[in-house]
Structure formats: structure tokens, C-alpha cells
Design a protein around this ligand. Structure first.
Ligand SMILES: Cc1cc2nc3c(=O)[nH]c(=O)nc-3n(C[C@H](O)[C@H](O)[C@H](O)COP(=O)(O)OP(=O)(O)OC[C@H]3O[C@@H](n4cnc5c(N)ncnc54)[C@H](O)[C@@H]3O)c2cc1C
Length: 374
């Protein structure tokens, strides 16, 4: 095997695979190196939500592009990725949050997102089984969506391989150095050379960065999730309850309810174990919001990582080591950000130019700001 590549991508989650997919059509010699199997990190553990309801113009613009890319996948890949626009319904149970929603909705509307601030009564019309006790208002965007991560990874994998890109699985990268070009060493001793490298190893990106002297502000946290068995479809949007004992969940096209909550306090580290408290808690929280769920049967429970940054936005940029790029720190929205980040990063790696303003995701930005809807 000739082990010299134009571009090597470390990590085969949605970020690495989307970037590789867009690079693969550009007549370059490309390799994706994945430690386990494609999607085995955070991507296969996510719940598939896609929303445009962010608080900064850059994130909103990127999510508008993402929505378009997700909606085109069925035609592009030749099979359904279970993309469905059932909306996102964000509930405010206090005045402070309602104020945040008001400001965000204004910014989102300026960016052309079909979103509105609605009353509790209107929320009840959208989800008739919703308990709106204590709901002061809600932000609702009917165009927000869901899709199935595994099918999307399959589409990217087939596209990359069809275009001649190579995908190595079961091959952890254990060393990364730069001389004239990059030298990548795998656990089995294989050595790979590449002119450019993208670090897209999700929560592990910080550790790989350290090998080559980068100190990336990425802090993994454990998040748990669950799925029920199938039920007749009875609501469409992702319901998001931001109370400290809230949760978020949606009903898939195939009828299962899939959901999570953000633990308080957070659980730092890359962990894939689950806690005994999660299921009783999420069951209680979901039934409080949708009492009809009291007879739902939970099928499975798992955990994965959110890769947090100090301001809740990803780091997508070239590092201070020339030709070494990073796309990581995706918080709870790397799945929905993936396709457009991949498309824009691919263009940036080839041309040195961003197609849209990416300063919000710069590696040397001031991290003191905050994405209000993490
Ligand atoms: C419970 C839960 C629910 C979520 N829900 C949503 C949601 O609804 N919507 C949304 O947008 N996001 C959601 N997320 C977040 C989303 O899953 C992540 O942001 C996204 O998957 C990150 O993708 P990634 O490609 O950066 O990382 P990953 O998917 O983790 O991919 C990184 C890959 O790098 C590989 N790797 C690591 N180290 C090495 C090495 N040394 N050598 C080679 N390969 C290596 C890993 O094996 C892994 O496959 C959720 C996350 C969780 C945990």
C-alpha cells in the first residue's frame, strides 16, 4: 500500500465522514482513519434532532444550510435517511427563558427561519397530549427536523468509497507528528503520511491534539439517552423542557420515543457507562409533560459524550500548525451541524477560504460568549 495521502481525516463520526464525503469528489487522495467502527463514538448515540433555533447568526445560517443538505440526502444517496420535518417546540416555564426565546426568535426570523413565539394554548394545539401547566410560552419552528444517523453515515461511506476515498476502521491513531508533511502512526505500527490532517475525533480530539502539542479547550461530558418500543405516532415535534428537571424527546418516524436530559451536575469525562437513576428520572419527567406516555415501555438505555467548549460552540479552523485542522467540540449539536460543517471545512481545506463567516468557530476566538441554547 502506498501510504502517502493528500488529506488524512482522523475520526469517522458524522464530522469526519461529512468532511471526507465532500472532499472525496475533488480528485484528491484521501483517507479516513477510525479507531473502531464508523459512528461508534458520539454519532451513533445521538437522538437525531435537527433545529435552526440557535442564538447567533452564524449558527442559524449553518443550520439553514444543514436543513437543505439533510433534505437532499434521500435523492443523493438513493435511500431514505428518515428525514422528517416535525418541528421543535421549546417550552418556557419562566419569564427569564421566555425573554431569551423572544430575543432569539427575533434573530432567527431576521435570518429567514420560520419560527414564532407561541402561547401555551397554541403549543397544546400542536401537541394535544401536552401538559401545559406552568408553560408561559414556547418557541416553535415547524421546519426543524429529525433524521437517522446510521443511514446518513452509510450514505457518506458509500459516497466516499465510490469516489475513491479510503476508509480504515479498527485502527487507532497513536502518534501524530509533523516534519515536511504529517506522519501518522497507527496502533498496529502502520505509518501513514499526509500533506493535510483533520482532527475530527469527537471527545477524543483533545487527547490526539496533545500528542502534537495542541491544547484544545474541549471537555467531554456524559449524556444518557433512552428509546421506547414503537407506538402509534401521536406527536410530531421534538419537545424541549429547559427546567433543571426537564428533558427533551421526540417520536421517530418509526414510532419510538427517543429522549435525553442534561444531568445536573454534569458528569465529566469520556464515559459510556449508564447510571441507575436515569430511567426512573426521565420516565417521570416525560410523563409529567405527556401523561399519555405512562404506559410506554422503555426498550434501551445508553450513554455517549457531548464535547463541550467554554462557550458552547464548536472549534472549526486551521490550528497554529500549518495544514493541521480541527473540527470538534460539537456540544449537543454535532449531528445536526455535521453536513454543512463538512461541506464548508472541505472547501476551506482545499482553498483556504470559508464560504460563510466562520469567525464564531475560530480556534483563537474569545470563548467568554455563550450559545444560549446549548
Ligand atoms: C445522548 C446524546 C444525544 C445527542 N443528541 C443529539 C441530537 O439530537 N442532535 C445533534 O445534533 N447532536 C446530538 N448529540 C451530539 C452528537 O452526537 C455529537 O455532537 C456528534 O455525534 C459529534 O460527532 P463527531 O464526529 O465530532 O464525533 P464522534 O461521533 O464521537 O466521532 C469521533 C470518532 O473518532 C474516533 N476516534 C477517537 N479516537 C481516535 C483515534 N485515536 N484514532 C482514530 N479514530 C479515533 C472515534 O472512535 C469516533 O468514531 C447527542 C449526543 C449524545 C451523547
Amino acid at each position: 500500500m502506498n501510504n502517502n495521502y493528500d488529506i488524512a481525516i482522523i475520526g469517522g463520526g458524522i464530522i469526519g465522514m461529512a468532511t471526507a464525503y465532500y472532499l472525496s469528489s475533488k480528485n484528491i487522495k484521501l483517507i479516513v482513519i477510525e479507531r473502531e467502527t464508523i459512528g461508534s463514538g458520539s454519532t451513533s448515540r445521538c437522538i437525531g434532532g435537527i433545529r435552526q433555533q440557535f442564538s447567533t447568526p452564524s449558527s442559524i445560517k449553518i443550520m439553514k444550510e444543514n436543513l437543505k443538505l439533510f433534505s437532499e440526502m434521500e435523492e443523493e444517496f438513493g435511500f431514505s435517511v428518515e428525514f422528517e420535518q416535525g418541528g421543535y417546540l421549546l417550552l418556557a416555564h419562566n419569564e427569564k427563558l421566555l425573554e431569551v426565546f423572544k430575543n432569539n426568535v427575533k434573530i432567527q426570523q431576521q435570518e429567514g427561519v420560520k419560527v414564532s413565539l407561541i402561547s401555551a394554548g397554541e403549543a397544546k394545539k400542536i401537541v394535544p397530549s401536552l401538559n401545559v401547566d406552568g408553560v408561559l410560552g414556547a418557541a416553535y419552528c415547524p421546519d426543524d427536523a429529525q433524521a437517522y444517523p446510521f443511514y446518513i453515515l452509510k450514505g457518506y461511506k458509500e459516497g466516499i468509497e465510490k469516489n475513491g476515498g479510503q476508509i480504515l476502521t479498527g485502527k487507532p491513531v497513536v502518534n501524530l507528528q509533523k516534519k515536511d508533511n504529517f506522519l501518522i502512526e497507527l496502533e498496529d505500527g502502520t505509518k501513514i503520511e499526509a500533506d493535510k490532517v483533520l482532527l475530527s475525533a469527537g471527545p477524543w480530539t483533545k487527547e490526539i491534539g496533545k500528542i502534537i502539542g495542541l491544547d484544545l479547550p474541549i471537555f467531554p461530558e456524559r449524556h444518557e439517552a433512552m428509546i421506547t418500543s414503537r407506538m402509534d405516532k401521536f406527536f410530531d415535534p421534538m419537545i424541549v423542557d429547559y427546567r433543571s428537571d426537564g428533558c427533551y424527546f421526540q417520536q421517530l418516524q418509526t414510532g419510538q420515543i427517543i429522549g435525553c436530559f442534561t444531568p445536573i451536575p454534569n458528569v465529566p469525562g469520556i464515559r459510556e457507562d449508564v447510571s441507575p437513576d436515569f430511567l426512573p428520572q426521565i420516565a417521570k419527567r416525560m410523563v409529567r409533560l405527556v401523561p399519555a406516555l405512562k404506559n410506554a415501555s422503555i426498550l434501551r438505555h445508553w450513554s455517549g459524550s457531548y464535547s463541550m467548549t467554554p462557550d458552547g460552540s464548536p472549534i472549526v479552523d486551521e490550528t497554529n500548525i500549518k495544514d493541521l485542522y480541527v473540527s470538534a467540540g460539537m456540544s449537543g449539536h454535532g449531528f445536526m451541524f455535521g453536513p454543512a460543517l463538512g461541506k464548508y471545512m472541505a472547501h476551506f481545506m482545499l482553498t483556504g477560504k470559508w464560504l460563510v463567516d466562520f469567525s464564531e468557530f475560530a480556534i483563537d476566538r474569545d470563548f467568554s460568549g455563550k450559545e444560549s441554547l446549548k
